[in-house]
Design a protein around this ligand. Structure first.
Ligand code: SAM
Ligand code: DTB
Ligand code: SF4
Length: 344
């Protein structure tokens, strides 16, 4: 037996899941034995000396992936602004004066042009985002048509449209959608400080609908919103304890937009961001961990540390939804410098 309590805390523990956790339809065999992580165990990972944490993350990463490959996803905002939700980080909420105008849903042809350009630049996944609390059924029909278009190009398709019911999730699945993105964003305890127009259980319910119809799950969160390390551990534990855990885990650093309540929040120490990536990698070994929003403000050295910590996906293309992202040629130059290649 290990006498060091920290080492004991590093072992995931097996527990039965409560009602509130999304259930899988048919977990793949390697995911069937998902282990439950206590917040203490995840926090103990965060508390490791930096080099030990990086070593452990690299070991896990190399067991499951080519450590020199990164998956490229391109985002497109197909319906921007005017969102009735009050998420404190988001420039697209009607509750905040950010100068983002509400616009109508894009036409299918324009979406297809954007997808073809993304594919020509090397993206393999195309993610369509909409500033909705929850789509209407007629919105789903239009988006399903876009999904069929993306699939006809041979790309992976992902959508992030807000809360879904089971029927809507099924329509998207039938159209060929691969992934649905729906972030838990923060720990359950801090959710009410950031968003008041919905609760954590709403997020878990949508994730359960998405799983139930056999869609792959993309779910992660935002760090740098003034939370503490325990809160970050709480977010990662929630994600890792979904059964099965998400196939894609976007870790966003808050992009501070003037006019949002979180503008002016003290910036997160870059090493803490890298630690979050490493802890996500260790607790969700086969997931694509995506170094997501915040790269425009991030040095190349910190991005390289994120790859070392197990990030193996990025948002690729000059724009996220409404804010900027590094240009594609800058990203290709960075990957070249690091001897990394795009996953096919
Ligand atoms: N409306 C849908 C929803 O909230 O689920 C989909 C679009 S919403 C913009 C998708 C995600 O973008 C959010 O869950 C959040 O993680 C991320 N996001 C929004 N604003 C952000 C910001 N300023 N910085 C970092 N991530 C942000
Ligand atoms: C995710 O986790 N991050 C993306 C995507 N999923 C939809 C969005 C980031 C948004 C950053 C601020 C903006 O441009 O609106
Ligand atoms: Fe709306 Fe999504 Fe922005 Fe929240 S994060 S305000 S739900 S677009």
């Amino acid at each position: 037996m290990n006498a060091n309590p920290q080492h004991q805390a590093l072992q995931p523990i097996q527990l039965h899941l409560g009602k509130s956790v999304a259930k899988p339809l048919t977990p793949s065999p390697e995911r069937a034995a998902t282990q439950r992580w206590s917040v203490d165990a995840v926090e103990a990972l965060f508390n490791l000396p930096f080099n030990d944490l990086m070593y452990r993350a690299q070991q896990v990463h190399r067991e499951h992936f080519n450590a020199n490959e990164v998956q490229l996803s391109t985002l497109l905002s197909i319906k921007t602004g005017g969102c009735p939700e009050d998420c404190g980080y988001c420039p697209q909420s009607v509750h905040h004066e950010t100068g983002v105008e509400a616009s109508k849903m894009m036409e299918r042809d324009a979406v297809m042009d954007a997808a073809r350009s993304a594919q020509a630049l090397g993206a393999t996944r195309f993610c369509m985002g909409a500033a909705w609390r929850a789509p209407k059924d007629r919105d789903i029909e239009k988006v399903a048509d876009m999904v069929r278009g993306i699939k006809s190009l041979g790309m992976e398709a992902c959508c992030t449209l807000g809360m879904l019911n089971g029927e809507q999730a099924r329509s998207l699945k039938e159209a060929g959608l691969d992934y649905y993105n729906h972030n838990l964003d923060t720990a359950p305890e801090t959710y009410g400080n950031i968003i008041t127009t919905r609760d954590y259980q709403d997020r878990l319910d949508t994730l359960a609908h998405v799983r139930d119809v056999g869609l792959s799950v993309c779910s992660g969160g935002i760090v740098g919103m003034g939370e503490n390390r325990r809160d970050r551990a709480g977010l990662v534990a929630q994600l890792a304890n979904l059964e099965p855990y998400p196939e894609s885990v976007p870790i966003n650093e808050l992009v501070q937009v003037e006019g949002t309540p979180l503008h002016g929040t003290e910036a997160l120490d870059p090493f803490e961001f890298v630690r979050t990536i490493a802890v996500a990698r260790i607790t969700m070994p086969t997931a694509r961990v995506r170094l997501s929003a915040g790269r425009q403000q991030m040095s190349e050295a910190v991005q390289a540390l994120c790859f070392l910590a197990g990030a193996n996906s990025i948002f690729y293309g000059e724009k996220l939804l409404v804010t900027g992202n590094p240009d594609a040629d800058r990203d290709r130059a960075l990957l070249d410098k690091l001897g990394m290649t795009a996953a096919l």
